[in-house]
Design a protein around this ligand. Structure first.
Ligand code: 5GP
Ligand code: ZN
Length: 113
């Protein structure tokens, strides 16, 4: 999608600190980290939010979780981590391209605000 920040990152039009990339997904560091490790994992295809996950893209979403588990292990998050996706206005979503936050490296508080 032309105006989407994360699509621009996928196309290389905006730089990102990439941690993992394949044909389907991209993992990069959040520009405003909320924890010592704060990554974003996105499908390269533009999906607006978790509200648009369906039978047609479930494999893509599965790949996100598989690779986040690998990256979390590689980055030494053996004590634990959190994967979260904010959806829509009430969910606090600010970028309209499906993304999963991976947070770790400190004790995380629950429930979040
Ligand atoms: P949301 O608020 O939609 O759940 O998460 C969007 C996240 O994207 C935020 O944590 C924000 O810091 C991050 N973000 C926004 N723009 C950029 C950018 O241009 N580059 C990177 N690496 N992260 C971004
Ligand atoms: Zn997009």
């Amino acid at each position: 999608m032309t105006d989407c920040i994360f699509c621009k990152i996928v196309r290389g039009e905006i730089p990102a600190d990439k941690v993992y990339e394949d044909e389907y997904i991209l993992i990069f560091r959040d520009i405003q980290p909320a924890a010592p490790t704060h990554l974003l994992c996105i499908p390269k295809a533009h999906i607006a939010s978790a509200a648009e996950i369906d039978d047609g893209n479930v494999d893509l979403v599965g790949r996100v979780f598989v690779q986040l588990a690998v990256v979390a292990k590689d980055l030494g998050l053996g004590r634990g981590f959190r994967i979260v996706t904010n959806c829509g206005e009430d969910g606090g979503q600010t970028v309209g391209h499906l993304h999963f936050h991976l947070l770790g490296g400190r004790q995380l508080i629950w429930p979040p605000g």
